[in-house]
Ligand binder design. Structure first.
Ligand code: DX5
Ligand code: ZN
Length: 223
């Protein structure tokens, strides 16, 4: 099955958003990953709905909105109205996650659950059929440009087998420190969506990095 590339706009040049999003429109990227941080769930603050709305106007790709915020249920409909196609909330931020997933689906968006590096995948074993996507954080959320945490790999394999066991179509997304150096290993372990911020936007030739990430496994993965 084909994998998806989701460049993370957090690493873009906010003074030149239009340019950077035109580049994304021309690229082989599948989604635009949009990080929302509130200074409470994570130590950093990024941006809010007005910017997401503008990104949606400038970007032709679906918006994959990653909410690193407390009480995300208060803002689901607003992010959906701003243009979110996928809305991912953190397992650690949602005491009633089942209800929050239903709320996201009712808004018309795909529903994702993100897990911090310290949260075991077994925590979501009863939610496999309720989420469209699981986002495994491979850095501690809050900042771009961090080092990939290698313990994520066995988590990808474990979650993939939990998903297969239930015959579910849920996809695994990996977020943090992803680039050409580890993309193939992640895809082999069972990842379907690769988020890449610095690896794309800080590259000399972002279009080339996206194409190369997109074509990984064209020869090697298909047996
Ligand atoms: C981290 C964010 C990531 C980040 C990825 O809190 O959720 O999406 O933008 O950036 P890189 O690819 O630079 O690690
Ligand atoms: Zn993210």
């Amino acid at each position: 099955m084909e994998h998806l590339i989701a460049p993370s706009v957090l690493a873009a040049d906010f003074g030149n958003l239009k340019n950077d999003l035109s580049m994304i429109n021309l690229s082989n990227a599948d989604w635009l990953h949009v990080d929302i941080m509130d200074g409470r769930f994570v130590p950093n603050i990024s941006f809010g709905m007005a910017i997401v709305k503008r990104m949606n106007e400038l970007c032709e790709k679906p918006l994959d909105v990653h909410l690193m915020i407390v009480e995300p249920e208060k803002y689901i409909e607003e992010f959906r109205a701003a243009g979110a196609d996928v809305i991912t909330v953190h397992y650690e931020a949602c005491p009633h996650i089942h209800r929050t997933l239903q709320q996201i689906k009712a808004s018309g968006a795909k529903a994702g659950i993100a897990l911090n590096p310290g949260t075991p995948v077994s925590a979501v074993s009863d939610l496999i059929e309720d989420a469209d996507l699981f986002c495994l954080m491979s850095v501690n959320p809050g900042f771009g440009g961090q080092k990939f945490i290698y313990q994520t790999l066995p988590k990808v394999r474990q979650l993939k087998s939990m998903i297969d066991e239930k015959n579910s179509q849920t996809v695994i997304e990996i977020d943090g420190g992803v680039g050409l150096q580890n993309a193939e290993e992640l895809l082999k372990a069972g990842a379907r969506v690769l988020v890449a911020g610095s690896a794309v936007f800080k590259a000399e030739d972002p279009l080339d990095v996206i194409s190369r990430m997109k074509s990984i496994g064209k020869d090697t993965l298909i047996a």
